[in-house]
Design a protein around this ligand. Structure first.
Ligand code: GAL
Length: 424
């Protein structure tokens, strides 16, 4: 029997309908017995706000699409042809309300502003309230994070390292507690371990990954000390950008879990994936010593899925070329290499009647090469299936505000082997 609390990194996840989990720049909250994931609901072509999604789970492994937590608005900061990114939801225990903060912008990222939405229940539809105010003025900044301290005080974290304390009801910002502690830093994420506060940042390379770093302080007012990288240098934060740190209760203690984005422009909806890993904290240092392709969130340990491995060697950059593999089992895992010459592949699963029962789009691009699992199918009733992997002849290419080009220079899809698992 396969364990239920396994987290697979860097592969698309699927919801109750077998559709790809579409949540990016996420945050995670626990309410009752369930965890709720809020994120950017992306498209596969244009980069614009089409809503923020909410998914729930009891085991951090099986995801249920609750729907859109915040709908596109008819006008205003999140109206048509606007950007909406990095929704962060916090629960106010005094008012019982859920408060969502997010980055709003125009399509060129020239009109940034922190927005505010509220809801009475965690799985309800949030109501957009407009800009979050500080001294009566909107905060005209972009990447953000949130942090709630043990006493319930909440903070807004901003790129370059500004930190604001929120009012008791979390509906306005009332104090700037730190300023510019990380010049050039983006995507802030904070956690606390004992008496130390840790804040992580990425560098500014748009959706390209870079070596993220962290600072530590005993007081949110500082002094903040830059502690350097928390992943091995050159791994580009295991090919991800920090988004959030969730404090997971496991093994009788709180374990900080790093949650990062492996972006995939333009196919963000289908192919951008998550990298979630436990953080090791020793005093003032924090570290993710190793990349775990799959790990158990109950035991906080790296695991290997049981199954039968077979070679499936394939490499092509030709649009339409494909490889097929028939198997008897309940799940298939495909291993391959991503690098800067690679593109997208369509993954299709057919049942024994030849009916298409599952599809996914997998990105084989990464700036630093990485050989790992690239696709983990949903679990099916044990039976005969065929997997087909088709080279699409498309790849991820994107540009930063200043015109810098990022992404792949070819369309390769490279596979090495498969693993077939059986639930029975
Ligand atoms: C990143 C930022 C993302 C997104 C992206 C757009 O630097 O962290 O949230 O805004 O740029 O290029």
């Amino acid at each position: 029997m396969m364990e239920k609390s396994y987290i697979h990194n860097g592969v698309p996840w699927f919801d109750q309908k077998g559709e790809t989990v579409n949540a990016h720049g996420v945050c995670l909250l626990k309410e009752g017995e369930k965890y709720y994931l809020f994120g950017e609901y992306k498209t596969d072509d244009v980069n614009k706000y089409i809503g923020f999604s909410c998914y729930s789970t009891e085991n951090l492994s099986d995801w249920y699409f609750e729907g859109l937590a915040l709908q596109p608005q008819n006008e205003g900061l999140l109206g048509p042809n606007r950007i909406g990114e990095r929704p962060k939801v916090i629960k106010n225990h005094k008012t019982g309300k859920f408060v969502m903060l997010m980055h709003t912008d125009d399509l060129k990222y020239m009109d940034p502003c922190i927005g505010l939405a509220t809801c009475d229940s965690i799985d309800g539809t949030f109501e957009f309230q407009g800009p979050l105010l500080f001294n009566g003025e909107p905060i005209r900044r972009w990447d953000l994070g949130t942090f709630v301290d043990e006493d319930g005080t909440a903070y807004l974290l901003i790129h370059e390292g500004d930190i604001y304390r929120l009012s008791d009801d979390y509906l306005t910002a009332v104090e700037k507690v730190s300023e510019n502690i990380a010049p050039g830093g983006e995507s802030p994420a904070m956690f606390r371990q004992d008496e130390n506060y840790f804040i992580m940042f990425s560098n500014k390379t748009s959706w390209e990954r870079n070596d993220n770093y962290y600072l530590v302080a005993k007081d949110l007012h500082g002094p903040w000390v830059n502690q350097g990288l928390f992943c091995p240098e050159g791994s580009l934060t295991y090919n991800s950008q920090c988004s959030f740190v969730f404090s997971l209760e496991a093994k009788g203690k709180n374990v900080p879990i790093y949650m990062g984005d492996r972006w995939s422009f333009p196919q963000q909806a289908s192919s951008a994936t998550q990298v979630w890993l436990p953080i090791t904290v020793v005093g003032k240092t924090c570290l993710i010593p190793e990349y775990w392709p799959v790990w158990d969130s109950e035991t906080i340990s790296k695991v290997s899925i049981e199954g039968i491995e077979e070679p499936l060697e394939f490499q092509s950059n030709k649009n339409g070329e494909s490889v097929s593999y028939t198997f008897n089992g309940s799940q298939v895992i495909v291993f391959g290499t991503s690098d800067c010459h690679s593109g997208y592949a369509d993954f299709l699963i057919y049942d024994e009647l030849g009916e298409l029962i599952h599809t996914a789009v997998v990105d084989f691009y990464s700036l630093v090469p990485d050989s790992n699992s690239r696709y983990v199918s949903p679990k099916f009733p044990t039976g005969n299936y065929m997997l087909k992997v088709i080279v699409t002849g498309t790849n991820g290419v994107w540009y930063k505000k200043d015109g810098t080009k990022f992404g792949s220079d070819d369309f390769y899809v490279t596979l090495q082997r498969v693993k077939v698992c059986n639930e029975d």
